[in-house]
Design a protein around this ligand. Structure first.
Ligand code: HEM
Length: 579
């Protein structure tokens, strides 16, 4: 255990002993609850070489209705249905909110001070660890109150209760969202965003209207399928580039994560802007447009955590960090406008980008909605949340593959069977057969959830874990913790892609509570880019692993949160051609 963890445990022990309510969490408990604390202690000790990171990841807080069960192991769903539902308690019989356990806010200073520099005991990157420790010390529901300029955070570690909240969220779910982006869209650039502000950081009717106008084209399979070949081309270029970057040990460079960012930006440019941005060109200069977009994306997203948790003073006056954030956002808007205007021009000239008769996503949106600004806002949202999420997920998946040779070999064997000739062009049907590869991705997202939690702001008073939780409280559902809890996942500490397979495919039939691990969220607000995310990741892995073996011969990397949860350090993978 590292010293940060010791320090946090000491502090939480102290808090637990001083908290007015922490010693008496006598709210109604499920049978499994009695063992939760013990299992959580065990769990946080066992999670390998990870430092934990921010559960208040702004993306999770902000990022929509498609059945979740389609992504789940059928056996898991069946097992879940057999579980006992939590007791239903009426609002009037529930225990008061004030009794929810949690660290006690200090007078005047509240709890925000805990993430201040020097005097505060937590770094933003500690927040995931805090999420584990809060569970360990306070149980299945924890209140973190007294935060400057924001409502209380309520951590819920009970998958049945999480399910209840999701299922009752109504037609306009409210994800506690980046207030900084809300301010940018609804105040600073109201002139541009007006009554169509997009989905990210937008709520209520404006969110519902925007989402309903873009959801169909973004999620429909025919649109997504159209991108297999273009995304395969991008990925082939990326792999060629990787080859050129190998050193004398056949290892990739220290800043390989930046290269993955370039690949993901090139992919998102293709999808959201109908453009090849040129990110994979060799010798990209620091002031080139693609590199500037990458920098702007990293900045815009990663500083949201700091802006919102650590330095929320921009709410009251424009701080330097806020001004920089605004400049970055303005830059994004400008870039999106430029490329969407180009796409409209091409369409007007009859030079559209249809493939096999299928128009591009952008063409579909511009044609059906007859609104260029809507397309700009959609592209902006997709880019804003699509680059970092997928890049970080890929960093994490590649690292897991490189350090798990047995599983990597299984992925390779499967790919070899599906594509005996490595140069076989990819199709949706071929990818559909890559069951183990997909299961591997799901398992990485369970154990190392890139977006470490999701959230909902309650729109009415609700009973959670026997407490009456008032409307307006922000619930946090910490995937990273619940996805690795023994009570919800059989043999939760073991990395077993097979748990996601059907028995006919060699699956283990393990129990897996569907609401314990939801990497793309759930319901009407579920991730809008998930089909593209899955496709991009599958294409990259299929192309790369069919032809190369990946190894990692360096000190194990720790998982931390910058914005997303991913391994920190040089991803110096060794790439060796197969056969
Ligand atoms: C592995 C990669 C990704 C992960 C783990 C991920 C995860 C998430 C999560 C957890 C949410 C919140 C859902 C909810 O509130 O229930 C979300 C929302 C969203 N995601 Fe993703 N995402 C990924 C990739 C992408 C990509 C590539 C795009 C764009 C192409 C994208 C676009 C969005 C958008 C626009 C939202 C907001 C939806 C709304 O609020 O209506 N995501 N994502």
């Amino acid at each position: 255990m590292n010293s940060t963890r010791h320090r946090l445990i000491r502090e939480l022990n102290r808090l637990a002993s001083t908290s007015a309510t922490s010693s008496a969490p006598s709210a109604p408990q499920t049978t499994a609850q009695s063992t939760a604390a013990a299992s959580a202690t065990q769990q946080s000790n066992k999670i390998p070489s990870s430092s934990y990171a921010t559960s208040t990841c702004p993306h999770m807080m902000d990022v929509a209705s498609v059945a979740v069960n389609s992504r789940l192991h059928p056996a898991a769903t069946a097992a879940h249905i057999q579980q006992q539902a939590p007791p239903t308690i009426k609002l009037e019989n529930a225990r008061p909110y004030s009794e929810v356990p949690g660290p006690k806010p200090l007078p005047i200073l509240g709890n925000t001070w805990r993430v201040f520099p020097i005097i505060g005991q937590y770094k933003i990157s500690d927040v995931a660890m805090i999420s584990f420790l809060l569970h360990e010390h306070f149980g299945r529901i924890v209140r973190l109150g007294g935060l400057i300029g924001r409502p209380d955070l309520l951590f819920v570690y009970d998958a049945d209760e999480i399910e209840k909240v999701y299922r009752n969220e109504g037609p306009t779910p409210f994800r506690p969202s980046m207030p900084s982006l809300v301010k940018y869209k609804s105040e600073l650039r109201k002139d541009f965003f007006g009554d169509l502000p997009g989905v990210v950081g937008v709520h209520g009717e404006p969110w519902r209207e925007f989402r309903s106008r873009v959801q169909k084209p973004v999620l429909q399979l025919s649109t997504v399928r159209r991108y297999v070949t273009p995304l395969e081309q991008v990925t082939e270029e990326f792999i060629d580039r990787c080859n050129q970057m190998l050193d004398h040990n056949k290892e990739l460079p220290d800043d390989f994560d930046n290269e993955i960012h370039k690949w993901s930006l090139e992919c998102i440019g293709l999808v959201a802007l109908d453009t090849r941005l040129g990110c994979l060109e060799p010798n990209l200069s620091d002031n080139s447009e693609p590199q500037q977009i990458i920098n702007a994306a990293k900045y815009a997203l990663r500083n949201v955590a700091t802006l919102e948790l650590k330095a929320p003073y921009w709410r009251y006056f424009p701080t330097p960090l806020w001004s920089k954030y605004v400049n970055n956002m303005d830059y994004f808007v400008k870039v999106c406008m430029k490329y969407i205007k180009n796409a409209t021009k091409r369409m007007n000239l009859g030079e559209g980008r249809a493939l096999d008769g299928e128009p591009s996503l952008l063409e579909r949106v511009i044609k059906s909605q007859k609104d260029e600004r809507l397309a700009v806002v959609m592209a902006l949202d997709l880019i804003l949340v699509g680059i970092d999420t997928i890049s970080m997920a890929v960093c994490s998946i590649l690292y897991q593959l490189a350090t798990r040779p047995v599983e990597q070999q299984k992925v390779y064997e499967e790919l070899k069977r599906i594509m005996p000739d490595p140069n076989t062009p990819l199709t949706y049907q071929l990818l559909d057969q890559a069951h183990y590869l997909k299961a591997f991705i799901k398992e990485v997202l369970r154990v190392y959830s890139t977006v470490i939690g999701n959230g909902r702001t309650l729109q009415e008073d609700t009973v959670i874990c026997g407490y009456r939780i008032p409307k307006g409280v922000q619930c946090v559902f910490p995937n990273l913790v619940t996805g690795t809890m023994e009570e919800y996942v059989t043999d939760a500490k073991s990395f077993k892609p097979e748990r996601w397979l059907k028995p006919s495919q060699g699956g283990t039939g393990d129990n897996l509570h569907p609401f314990s691990t939801l990497p793309y969220g759930y319901g009407a607000r579920m991730c809008l880019g998930r089909r593209f995310a899955d496709l991009e990741m599958q294409i990259l892995l299929a192309k790369l692993l069919r032809s190369y073996k990946l190894e990692f011969h360096h000190k194990p990397l720790k998982y931390v949160v910058t914005f997303m949860y991913a391994p920190e350090g040089a991803l110096k993978f060794k790439m060796t051609p197969r056969e």
